[in-house]
Design a protein around this ligand. Structure first.
Ligand code: FAD
Length: 451
């Protein structure tokens, strides 16, 4: 039998790491005992179901599409059966109406297993938040059966365009850089434009498999008139098989190769019923986009990047427990032990911070989600967690030597998957700018004052 070159490691804690037990990680200042019990359930699910399939989610080293999508759809469905997709849906519509903290810590636990899978699951909360923030109970009622369905559906929010994603997410530009146009015509809107990167996106048949019921459609950001800025922007639901909608092949990327199938989307005279414009009042879409789509979107990067960092640290702890230098396990040399202490400290601070910001946003005591203050904190939570992931991935890979760098030993895949979570929704530079705006009380670049 051919020997497998290089050790193949299973991700996940080999022994209980006391400080990573949910009761230690998630303080009751921000999470109820019920929230923590949910985190424990998801943690077990990740250990038993996700960790053994991490290589499959990649399709193996050769990125076999069939193997990757089979594993992804299987696990995505299992997340639905566990109740994760129902967490953002009101109880009256068959959901769990879980708290924002509970939803965040579930993303943290899932990302410890696979950040791409967590991202796919989070799309359901994203589209629900748009409809609920726009107070469209009618649309929630219409879509809830699909959000909670088994087999599940996929969903997508389409913002970024070829001329630049970060511009659209810069408050200084007031959505004036959008080039996807929605034109009112009788009882319809007719949409023309071009998006790039939204995911998962593609022809309907890609989303009809043994474990996937289909695609729920594209929550599309478009403008009636770019010059009208915040008054012109709207959010439109476009059916996945609307005439005039077409897609590129999935874009090849460094990480999340299949867990986020990103594509170009063309809208060529796509006609939708007027009631599928989700926002209903002038200026509402701008607030919802800033606060819920971009703001909470960035905040949810905090738990994803923190959970991933924990998964990486556990992998390095496992490896260095067995690997020896001068007959002593690597991690028992004090230089390594201190570095592990440093990394745990960063992960825990990142976790406590995103939970605090989640609590602040939910309590509304610190500003509305679209306020400069909360946008600064959402951006700080994401960018801090990203810096922690940078540090933990780099150091852990160094500690594992060639084994950290090679495929199948886990750290390499974690290290390729996470950078996009720092780059999307405007990216790491915009995060810093948002924090500066919160500090200076300014609105956009150049740092001009709000009138
Ligand atoms: C895997 C993946 C998944 C994605 N998922 C989605 C999705 O579901 N929906 C969607 O709509 N899009 C999605 N995107 C797109 C993503 O959100 C954008 O790529 C991102 O917002 C950055 O836009 P850009 O790539 O056009 O970079 P640019 O806008 O060209 O920015 C380049 C660099 O300049 C910085 N920058 C640009 N403008 C400013 C500014 N005004 N102030 C400060 N810094 C600035 C940016 O931070 C960045 O570092 C995804 C992308 C990938 C790769």
């Amino acid at each position: 039998m051919e020997k497998s070159p290089g050790t193949r490691m299973m991700a996940g804690a080999k022994q209980p790491y006391l400080l990573f037990e949910p009761k230690q990680k998630y303080p009751q200042a921000f999470c109820t005992p019920e929230d923590i019990a949910i985190a424990e359930t998801v943690r077990k699910f990740v250990d038993n179901e996700v960790m053994p399939r991490r290589d499959d989610l990649e399709g193996g080293f050769h990125r076999d599409e069939h193997r990757a999508l089979g594993a992804l759809h299987h696990l995505y469905r299992a997340c639905g059966v566990l109740g994760i997709s129902k967490m953002s849906v009101p109880e009256a519509l068959g959901g769990m109406a879980a708290s924002a903290s509970a939803r965040m810590i579930v993303l943290d636990e899932l990302s410890r297993g696979d950040i791409g899978l967590a991202n796919m699951v989070a799309k359901m909360a994203w589209v629900s938040s748009i409809m609920m923030a726009c107070r469209r109970e009618d649309l929630m009622k219409e879509f809830a059966p699909k959000i909670v369905s088994d087999p599940p559906y996929a969903a997508c929010v389409a913002i970024s365009e070829p001329s630049g994603g970060a511009n659209i997410e810069d408050p200084a530009f007031s959505f004036k850089t959008l080039r996807t146009i929605a034109k009112p015509e009788g009882d319809s809107y007719v949409i023309n434009g071009h998006k790039i990167w939204p995911g998962p996106a593609g022809p309907m048949e890609r989303f009809k498999t043994k474990d996937l019921a289909g695609h729920m459609g594209y929550w599309t950001v478009a403008t009636l008139d770019p010059a009208a800025g915040e008054e012109g922007v709207g959010i439109f639901w476009v059916p996945p098989d609307a005439p005039g909608l077409s897609f590129s092949k999935p874009i090849e990327k460094m990480g999340m190769s299949w867990t986020d199938e990103n594509a170009e989307i063309w809208y060529d005279n796509v006609r939708i019923d007027k009631r599928y414009r989700i926002d209903t009042q002038p200026g509402q879409a701008a607030q919802v986009l800033k606060g819920y789509v971009i703001g909470y979107g960035r905040l949810s990067g905090g738990p994803c990047l923190t959970g991933l960092s924990e998964g990486v640290l556990e992998t390095a702890l496992n490896w260095t427990a067995d690997r020896t230098i001068a007959g002593i396990p690597v991690r028992e040399h004090s230089a390594f032990a201190m570095a592990f202490g440093d990394m745990w400290r960063l992960i825990d601070i990142s976790r406590q911070y995103y939970l605090s910001v989640t609590w602040q946003a939910s309590s509304r005591n610190h500003g509305r989600p679209w306020s400069k203050e909360m946008m600064a904190k959402f951006s700080a939570a994401r960018s801090f967690a990203a810096d922690v992931a940078d540090k933990v991935c780099k150091t852990s890979m160094e500690f594992m030597g060639a084994y950290g760098y090679s495929f199948g030993n886990q750290v390499e895949k974690y290290a390729r998957d996470y950078p996009i979570v720092k780059l999307w929704l405007g990216g790491a530079q915009r995060d810093r700018m948002e924090i500066a705006h919160g500090l200076y009380g300014t609105l956009g670049w150049p740092l001009r004052s709000e009138k």
